[in-house]
Design a protein around this ligand. Structure first.
Ligand code: NAD
Length: 502
């Protein structure tokens, strides 16, 4: 990547060549902390997608036939390069997304863990076998890569989300095309440069930058077998339906509205900093952010008071400044959208007990910490994803009511509970409709070896990203049944179930 004084050239990677925008229309890339333009994302066309697919198809031929133990050597080298460039990647994430160094470092670390997971691909690709399904007949399954696959990723984790699927897909032998968020394309470019340095053959990894035209080009292209999408709910639904209509395997991870249930016995001194970090960390722009606090019984006044105190004291500032706790949102237009939700909540009858609508800093896209109290389940601010530093507070009388409120959401990404009561935790786990659960943990972080398990409108598809689900998503089985007729003494006895009438 060519960079000078915070100015970056955003290029596509096709067949191993980095291509400049070549006069294409561009979307500005900003430093959200200052509002300064630091680059322009070329809006690629369907023709660009087609060229990338052709190059990927050519590369797939050799890569899929490269033994898996050799393929993972690239991933081992990649892991070492990512470690060497850890701070650089972290700072790039902070620059283009705005989040602080701790959050940015956290996402790079979680991404590297997927590379480590994928280094175990020889074990992960193991099929299954049963000998003697009939006398002298064995049954075995083998896993094969699909071919050319693609991923479409969001702005809020520009390094981690591409790494949720990239190492798994290529480790399994696929050729992979990435369409990063047009708002945060820089980390992906660095990931691609390092992958080339790790020795990945040209064309196995491609980047096609752009927005909806590039996405639709991917969804409609007959040469792409599978699409992994992460982003907002309406786009996830479009990608799922449109991709499936074009015969593709699709997984689409979508938006969220996550409850944090605080029980009366919660250890508040430790819970409150955790709740504040979940609601306001990364400016509330996490799909696992706790965006609704559901306070059970008499704990409500105390917990809201403590959160208000802690949130008001947060230091607002750029992610790259030491000590910043509340960082900017991604765009000025997004800040306006967050503000309009706070206005809406107020008009719906919620009480704005902490008001961040007045920009706390002159420069950049900052929004102050906000709390909407006395929110009820019929309000839009209780149900729609705001994706900013806004916490809605719902007051209920029992755990049953808290679960009922939570299950009234169309989303099911995550839910947290704060309590020391094991029976309450078990009851909650058995009854709550959410796929990622946190017990005294406000962000139920996705780990590489488990699936990222959103449910309801937070996920479209069958196999989730990461973990063994991820390996299955990017592979196809061949199931073989076999016998050998010259085996001494068995020929007569060997009968397929159908032949013997079974
Ligand atoms: P987004 O839906 O706006 O964009 C995601 C991707 O879709 C981008 O690459 C973008 O170019 C493309 N896109 C946007 N509009 C499109 C359209 N009309 N047609 C075709 N493609 C389009 O999402 P975002 O704002 O970048 O990311 C934030 C969202 O992602 C939030 O809703 C968040 O909850 C969700 N998210 C979910 C998860 C998860 O694991 N469930 C993880 C991270 C983010």
């Amino acid at each position: 990547m060519q960079a000078s004084e915070k100015s970056y050239e955003v290029r596509n990677l096709i067949g191993g060549s980095w291509e400049s925008g070549d006069g294409r229309e561009t979307e500005p890339v900003y430093d959200p902390a200052t509002g300064e333009v630091i680059g322009g994302t070329p809006l690629s066309t369907k023709e660009d997608v087609d060229r990338a697919v052709k190059a990927a198809q050519a590369a797939f031929e050799g890569w899929s036939k490269t033994p898996v133990v050799q393929r993972i050597q690239v991933l081992f080298r990649y892991k070492m390069l990512l470690e060497e460039h850890f701070e650089e990647l972290r700072d790039l994430v902070t620059l283009e997304n705005g989040k602080d160094a701790k959050d940015a470092g956290g996402e790079v670390r979680r991404g590297i863990e997927v590379v480590e997971f994928a280094c175990g691909m020889p074990s992960l690709l193991m099929g299954e076998s049963v000998r003697d399904v009939a006398r002298g007949i064995d049954n075995v399954s083998y896993r094969y890569p699909l071919g050319v696959v693609a991923a479409i990723t969001p702005f809020n984790f520009p390094c981690m989300v591409p790494l949720w699927t990239l190492p798994v897909a290529i480790g399994a032998g696929n050729a992979y095309i990435l369409k990063p968020s047009e708002r945060t394309p820089l980390s992906a470019i660095r990931l691609g440069e390092l992958l080339a340095e790790a020795g990945l053959p040209n064309g196995v990894f491609s980047i096609v930058n752009g927005a909806h035209d590039a996405v639709n080009g991917i969804l409609e292209h007959p040469g792409i077998e599978a699409v992994s999408f992460v982003g907002s709910q309406p786009v996830a639904e479009h990608v799922y339906r449109h991709g499936a209509a074009h015969g593709k395997r699709v997984q689409a991870l979508a938006g969220a509205k996550n409850s944090m249930i605080v029980m009366p016995d919660a250890v508040l001194d430790k819970a409150v900093p955790n709740i504040v970090s979940s609601a306001y960390g990364n400016a509330g722009e996490r799909c696992l952010a706790g965006s609704v606090l559901v306070a059970v019984g008499e704990v409500a006044d105390e917990v809201v008071g403590k959160i208000r105190e802690a949130a008001s004291a947060m230091k607002v500032g750029p992610g790259y400044e030491e000590g910043s706790e509340l960082t900017p949102v991604i765009r000025a237009s997004h800040r306006d959208r967050v503000r309009s939700y706070v206005d809406l909540g107020e008009s719906e009858g919620a009480e704005v007990v902490l008001d961040g609508r007045e920009p706390p800093l002159e420069e950049g896209f900052f929004f102050g910490p906000t709390i909407l109290d006395n929110v009820t389940g019929d309000m839009r601010v209780a149900r729609e994803e705001i994706f900013g530093p806004v916490l809605s507070v719902v007051r209920v009388e029992s755990l049953d009511e808290a679960i009922e409120f939570t299950n009234g959401s169309s989303f099911g990404n995550a839910c947290s509970i704060y309590t020391e009561n094991g029976a309450a935790v078990r009851y909650w786990r058995e009854n709550v409709e959410a796929g990622m659960l946190g017990v005294n943990i406000g962000v139920a972080a996705p780990m590489a070896f488990f699936p990222f398990n959103g449910v309801k409108d937070s996920f479209y598809g069958d196999l989730h990203a990461t973990g063994k689900d991820g390996v299955r998503f990017f592979t196809e089985n061949k199931v073989e049944i076999s016998r050998f007729l010259s085996e001494p003494g068995t020929t007569e006895a060997v009968r397929l179930p159908t032949e013997s009438g079974a």
